[in-house]
Design a protein around this ligand. Structure first.
Ligand SMILES: C[S@@+](CC[C@H](N)C(=O)[O-])C[C@H]1O[C@@H](n2cnc3c(N)ncnc32)[C@H](O)[C@@H]1O
Length: 360
């Protein structure tokens, strides 16, 4: 049974909300004895807003729960035994860390914020405690804009911050889709609100270090490459690199980021990864990094990777369940685990970034 917003060690009376297979989903009716790791959630929207569902836990308990979630998925879904302790690297900032967000807008109700938990109603959020101060200031600016200036069909707004500005998609009123930049481990990345960029900049250096390690060789592939967060460092460690990304805006930034860094050994394909495997022949590949969206990699992608048989695979994932599902197939294809690391890119939420390094 999954009990929403509970803390490990709570004694609670619950109401079962729904049943799915042999799993029950429940909500708390009454806390009989609070867990020692339960704290008073500081945000006034906690419980209603669908954004942060771990605020009731001390930060240490959040990290422990995430480590256990990764371990549980790898054990239950990937069927791995004798797992080592999985360290989840904490975020330097547990609050005010988010530099990317999607704000939902309900023009009839005149509300701006995030979806309420389990619904499509917009929770009207004045102050979001996980937003970086520059984004919080822009939330206030958007909220202060005359409703007559909102495009009638505007239902959500993508916002992302850079080193010294903020970008919006779609652009409206005086909120522009500006081009931004951010430097990570000495590499400069340009992007805007129409392309994916990671939410929490403070852990990106350690994430890249873990995902790549000291891997070197002739050739590497970066699948689901975005604007090239991993492509640029890969291009320094391998003689020849290929990146594949379906969002044309992100792929274009990826090419510009490589060009501006003086890199000429890397090619970025604008393509759906599964389709790309059918169309391109790459020759031998030493290292494949994949960083798919939450749904994980399609079966055709896993098959494509197994057919190429790289010596090393680095799987970067924001969902331990789909990660474990895909790892199972890679284990059956002959790969074994070299290392596992968790990175708390999303404090106050149950989300966690996991990197699993595999070897043939
Ligand atoms: C989790 S993001 C990772 C991006 C990049 N690795 C980073 O860390 O910034 C996933 C990326 O995959 C892209 N994507 C989603 N589905 C895809 C597909 N089927 N084929 C290629 N790219 C895809 C998205 O546009 C997004 O840029």
């Amino acid at each position: 049974m999954f009990v929403a917003l509970a803390a490990p060690g709570d004694r609670v009376r619950v109401r079962v909300e729904r049943e799915q297979g042999n799993v029950l989903f429940a909500s708390i009716e009454e806390i009989l004895t609070p867990s020692p790791v339960r704290i008073e959630p500081p945000c006034p929207y906690f419980g209603r807003c669908g954004g942060c569902d771990f605020q009731q836990l001390t930060y240490e308990a959040q990290l422990a729960a995430k480590s256990e979630m990764i371990r549980d998925c790898l054990h239950r879904i990937a069927r791995l035994e004798n797992l080592p302790d999985i360290v989840v690297t904490p975020s330097p900032d547990a609050w005010r860390y988010r530099m990317r967000a999607m704000w939902q807008i309900d023009q009839e109700e005149r509300t701006i914020g995030y979806y309420e938990r389990g619904s499509r109603r917009v929770c009207d959020v004045v102050d979001c405690a996980v937003l970086r101060p520059d984004l919080q200031a822009r939330l206030e600016a958007v909220r202060g804009t005359d409703w007559a200036e909102f495009p009638p069909d505007l239902k959500h707004l993508d916002v992302v911050a850079g080193e010294d500005d903020v970008s919006f998609a779609p652009a409206f009123a005086n909120f522009e889709t500006r081009e931004l930049s951010l430097t990570v481990r000495g590499e400069v990345y340009r992007y805007n609100a129409k392309s994916f960029f990671q939410i929490n900049p403070s852990l990106l250096g350690p994430l890249i270090d873990f995902a790549l390690g000291d891997a070197t060789g002739e050739s590497a592939i970066d699948l689901y490459s975005g604007v090239g967060l991993f492509t640029l460092p890969l291009s320094r460690q391998f003689r020849r690199v290929i990146a594949v990304e379906s969002n044309s805006n992100a792929a274009r930034f990826g090419r510009w980021n490589l060009r501006d860094a003086g890199v000429d050994n890397t090619e970025v394909f604008t393509a759906n990864v599964a389709g790309w495997f059918n169309e391109v022949s790459t020759g031998d590949v030493d290292f494949i990094l994949l960083d798919p969206p939450r749904v994980g990699a399609e079966s055709a992608v896993i098959k494509g990777i197994l057919d190429l048989h790289p010596q090393q695979i680095s799987y970067v994932s924001c969902d331990p369940a789909t990660l474990a599902r895909d790892l199972r197939k890679l284990f059956l294809g002959g790969y074994t685990i070299r290392s596992i690391g968790g990175f708390d890119l999303f404090p106050q939420t149950h989300h966690v970034e996991t990197v699993v390094r595999l070897m043939a």
